[in-house]
Design a protein around this ligand. Structure first.
Ligand code: MLC
Ligand code: AMP
Length: 509
């Protein structure tokens, strides 16, 4: 049997090649037959360029139907898909390319000139371009080829994708996900969320992170059903699409923004059967407000880049606000205390997970990988949680120094390192503060060592040169010295308390 995820999808695609798969922003639609042909042509082009099994294909492009086909083409030839956030700057991309050594880089035509020197550093690396409208050398080159029919043989343990996630040390790690990891998770979710052949998904998430790629897109490929592919999240357009859809998946910011629209009501959501939230904590008050307005209880689930989805509130049964539900079938969870002891229900500790969904390790970082797994195969998530008597998991915080802003992760260390290298900064501490739209917002506190405060706007502008915009602090505060405990460690809790109201509606934000 071929465990290649694309082979599994193909066996589930509708028999009719004219069956629609994607409805696009311009109202046109792409049928399953088109998807097979377009992906096959890209697969043939990549093969002709010498991209083979296990080679990395780095992709930093706008969301479009072509992006979906490029992902499938990588799977088809057994190459490793390596999607990159469109917000990453050239210096961030240089790191990923140096680390992953891709055989091909596909970028937006607008970034070609900036990325060419990076691609040129490694002999045999091809630089191709793809714009949202399909222009660029990738699709043009693919048109010269007949669609590849063959699907590369893959074992369940072969790597299908590498997704970079930042780390507490500030150095990003490539999480290696296998065909088996992705297949087991999509299967578990498909069953747990009761997918039906006529389900229509509103896809408004980016295609370069787990939520949009391995949950939303993979589920619709597995379901062989239809999705409305929106290039970006626009609450009014999403509400407009609800009359011809059944499912929406989003980060909590989607739901708080939807609630701001007076158009969101029971009638608008009448045809929908499921609203899913994840990637960041959904406030219980958002859950309640959404239920009140639409009659739908948002289904919250919990996952990570390294594990795909771990837990989910039930489709049938109680969707408990403020919890992420019990583990998915095949996934085990437990909570450990400070001394390594496994805790009883209700107690708070670090959550660990084990199952076929858990990744194969970090790319070329065997020691880092080993340090994040227990001997019995449980992965240490770094999330603080408790498990109720009846198995519902509640995420109460994080043991890792991480900010989640609008569903994107920012590791403070990366921002602090960039700030600390700047003139006038003695040292810095980056924290996440409550933000009404983004859940948490990145904020920097800079110690001047007693000197006069610097120009916050100038620091922000300088950081934007090297860091993706969502990582750049929304505010910079200046202090003489950072608070420290007796061990000399910066007390970020004190900073969070001191500046807690920075984004409160009444604050001068
Ligand atoms: C955009 N901006 C953000 C931001 N998104 N700032 C902080 N945090 C964010 N998340 C900034 C931009 O840099 C820009 O700043 C300004 O906001 C407007 O940009 P935009 O592109 O127009 O923003 P918008 O379309 O409003 O995007 C907001 C959003 C988006 C919430 C729709 O961030 C989003 O799609 N988030 C989803 C992230 C996601 O997919 N996460 C899943 C990870 S997987 P300026 O200054 O330039 O104007 C995972 C595992 C799991 O976590 O469990 O799922
Ligand atoms: P990422 O590394 O981008 O995959 O983000 C994974 C992290 O997002 C997890 O470790 C959690 O901290 C957080 N996360 C995901 N889903 C939820 C959720 N439903 N509630 C709280 N935190 C979540």
């Amino acid at each position: 049997m071929n465990a290649n995820l694309y082979a599994l999808y193909r066996s589930r695609f509708p028999a009719d090649p004219h069956a629609p798969f994607m409805e696009l922003d311009d109202g046109s639609s792409v049928a399953f037959g088109d998807v097979i042909a377009r992906s096959g042509r890209i697969a043939a082009l990549l093969r002709a360029l010498g991209v083979g099994k296990g080679d990395r294909v780095a992709v930093q492009v706008e969301k479009s139907a072509h992006t979906v086909c490029l992902y499938l083409a990588c799977l088809q030839i057994g190459a490793i898909h390596l999607p990159l956030n469109t917000a990453y700057t050239v210096s961030e991309i240089a790191y990923f390319v140096g680390d992953a050594e891709p055989k091909a880089i596909v970028c937006d035509p607008a970034s070609e000139a900036a990325l060419a020197p990076i691609a040129a550093q490694r002999a045999g690396t091809h630089l191709l371009t793809l714009a949202a409208d399909g222009s660029g050398s990738l699709v043009a080159g693919a048109r010269e080829h007949a669609p590849l029919e063959e699907i590369a043989q893959a074992d369940a343990d072969d790597i299908a994708a590498i997704l970079y996630t930042s780390g507490t040390t500030g150095r990003s790690k490539g999480a290696m996900l296998s065909h088996g990891n992705l297949a087991s998770n999509v299967q578990a979710l498909h069953e747990a969320w009761g997918f039906r052949p006529d389900d229509v998904l509103i896809h408004a998430l980016p295609l370069f992170h787990t939520h949009g790629l391995f949950v939303a897109l993979n589920l619709m490929l597995w379901n062989g059903g239809r999705m409305i592919l929106m290039q970006r999240f626009d609450p009014e357009r999403v509400i407009g699409a609800m009359s011809r859809a059944t499912i929406l998946m989003g980060v909590p910011t989607f739901y708080t923004r939807l609630l701001q629209s007076p158009r969101l009501d029971r009638a608008a959501a009448a045809r929908m059967r499921l609203f899913v939230s994840g990637s960041a904590p959904l406030l219980a008050e958002t859950h309640r407000a959404f239920a009140q307005r639409t009659g739908h209880a948002i289904l919250e689930r919990y996952g990570m880049t390294e594990t795909c989805m771990n837990t989910s509130n039930p489709l049938d049964g109680e969707r408990r606000a403020g919890t992420v539900g019990p583990p998915l079938p095949g996934v085990e969870v437990r909570v450990r205390g400070k001394d390594g002891e496994i805790l009883a229900p209700g107690a708070i500790g670090v959550l660990e997970v084990r199952g076929p969904n858990v990744f194969k390790g970090y790319w070329r970082m065997p020691e880092k990988t080993a340090s994040e797994f227990r001997e019995d195969g449980f992965f240490i998530t770094g999330d603080l949680a408790s498990i109720s008597d009846d198995g519902y998991v509640t995420i109460v915080g994080r043991d890792k120094d991480l900010v989640i802003t609008g569903g994107y992760n920012v590791y403070p260390k990366e921002v602090e390192s960039a700030l600390d290298a700047m003139d006038g900064v003695v040292e810095s501490a980056v924290v996440g503060l409550p933000h009404p739209d983004l859940g948490e917002a990145v904020v920097a506190v800079v110690s001047t060592g007693g000197a006069a405060p610097g120009d916050a706007a100038a620091y922000i502008a300088a950081l934007r040169e090297t860091l993706a915009a969502y990582k750049v602090p929304k505010r910079v505060f200046f202090v003489d010295d950072l608070p420290r405990n007796t061990m000399g460690k910066v007390q970020k809790n004190m900073l969070r308390e001191r500046f807690a109201d920075a984004f409160a509606p009444s604050a001068d934000a």
